[in-house]
Design a protein around this ligand. Structure first.
Ligand code: ZN
Length: 465
């Protein structure tokens, strides 16, 4: 439960039940003053109705709420307010009439909400903001406090406080690479959560003690989700015999790259497991944290970083006569792709070998783009970035193909490798499901005991919904 401790100390109390609607004029002074930093306490106290000491004691912990013709304001403390539009609140009602608690789908017809919908009453309840709407049926909505705070968009409170727990790494990761035991993963969800949390934080994880067979490796892959079938097959088990028209099926060295730059949607995870290597040496695995290298590049040369974030790079997979892959749109995607909302780096796409003709560059961009990839390549290949590891039968590795680049040194002899692609959505979905149990966020924790909230094993206030 959120506590507005400032309010408590200042002996403010929220608007009393029944007398709750504080009809602010549009852009009324209360909100403006609070936005400026210091609340106009006299205005506040003027709205407060006398209350019994017991009620006062209970309610002083609750946020202050008020409403006007277009918005509801929630005061978390005297300096932190969130404003929610009436139409937004009405649209997000999660009562059983408005939201199907089992299917988690909207039942409410958004387009029947009157444009001028407004609350009749707003009141702070221990469980959340209660809004009684001015509609003929006096429809009542309750929005849990923590859900409102996490979804606050004016201002966006949650994103301000969000701290990524991603760990960017260079070659020193060799000292303690993220690892889980196969038995742990296969025994239950706690082990699987540990594995996927490793991938989420580091972009890769080893799995030790895997039986060196394709069957066991396939079963391990399927713990995460559906294996993604591609022109290479579903679960692959291959040697360096050029069975597929791709350099992966040769003994050549492969520089650090991500897979599937030629797909619109490159695979999310790639799992691989060296089953045997006989009659030769080499074939050391290379892993490079693309997010780490991007952060180095950004520091060294922000304009190069910007070019790689902007210029689309076309790619193709054309080594098989029966398929000809290229991304849609054909100009491709940039090397560094960001969340358009938070501007956070989301995806690295880089395979210089699969790159197609660069015909989408402005004439003035050509030389600066080549300079930018030269610097990117230099950072990728720096000894500080490269993590080289000799895989052994029994140790599989799963790599986040949207973040970590992989490669290998040349080898001789015969290597048998197996593995699978898993879509990014399958991986994210599994991690999200496991997080509900093993790492519930503040909304799940604070709403779990509300009535009719956890239905069919899922909380209706899960922030993913
Ligand atoms: Zn409703």
């Amino acid at each position: 439960m959120l506590r507005a401790s400032h309010l408590l100390r200042a002996s403010f109390r929220p608007l009393a039940r029944g007398a709750a609607t504080h009809a602010l004029r549009r852009g009324a002074p209360l909100v403006r003053n609070l936005k400026a930093g210091i609340p106009s306490s006299s205005r506040y106290l003027a709205t407060v109705a006398p209350a019994a000491p017991e009620e006062q004691k209970q309610e002083t912990h609750l946020p202050i709420v008020s409403s006007d013709a277009s918005q509801v304001a929630v005061g978390w403390d005297p300096r932190t307010w969130s404003r929610f539009h009436n139409i937004w609140l009405r649209d997000h009602c999660r009562c059983p009439k408005c939201f199907h608690s089992i299917t988690k789908q909207r039942l409410l017809n958004t387009f029947e909400i009157p444009k001028d919908i407004a609350p009749l009453h707003v009141s702070p309840k221990p469980d959340g903001l209660q809004v009684v709407w001015s509609s003929s049926d006096s429809h009542t909505s309750l929005y849990p406090w923590e859900w409102l705070k996490q979804n606050s968009y004016d201002p966006p409170l949650a994103r301000q406080g969000e701290i990524s727990d991603k760990v960017l790494w260079g070659s020193k990761i060799a000292q303690a690479p993220p690892t889980v035991a196969y038995d742990e993963v296969m025994q239950g969800d706690a082990g699987l959560f540990k594995w996927l949390s490793n991938v989420d934080r580091f972009g890769f994880s080893f799995i030790t003690g895997v039986p060196p067979t394709p069957e066991a490796t396939e079963e391990l892959s399927e713990k995460i989700g559906f294996i993604r079938e591609t022109h290479y097959g579903k679960f692959w088990d291959f040697t360096s015999d050029l069975a597929k028209g791709d350099t992966a099926y040769t003994t050549l060295a492969l520089g650090a790259h991500t897979d599937n730059t030629y797909f619109t949607d490159p695979c999310g995870l790639q799992l691989f497991h060296l089953l045997s290597h006989t009659g030769g040496t080499g074939g050391t695995t290379l892993l490079v944290d693309g997010f780490y290298v991007a952060s180095i590049l950004k520091g060294l040369n922000p304009s190069a970083y910007n070019i790689l974030s902007k210029v689309p790079v076309p790619a193709h997979a054309a080594g098989e006569p029966t398929s000809l892959y290229r991304p849609n749109p054909p100009a491709g995607f940039s090397t560094l792709n960001h969340d358009r909302w938070s501007n956070e780096l989301m995806q690295v796409r880089w395979n210089n070998d699969d790159r197609s003709v660069m015909s989408h560059l402005a004439p003035t961009e050509v030389e600066e783009w080549y300079e930018a990839i030269r610097l990117w390549n230099k950072c990728l290949k720096s000894a500080d970035s490269e993590y080289w590891v000799q895989l052994q039968p029994g140790t599989a590795v799963v790599v986040d193909n949207h973040r970590v680049l992989h490669g290998r040194s040349a080898f001789d002899g015969k290597r048998r490798m197996c593995g699978a692609y898993i879509g990014v959505d399958e991986y994210r979905s599994k991690l999200a499901v496991l997080s509900e149990t093993f790492s519930p966020d503040s909304v799940l924790r604070s709403t779990a005991t509300l009535p009719e909230t956890v239905v069919n094993g899922r909380n209706i206030w899960n922030v993913a919904l």
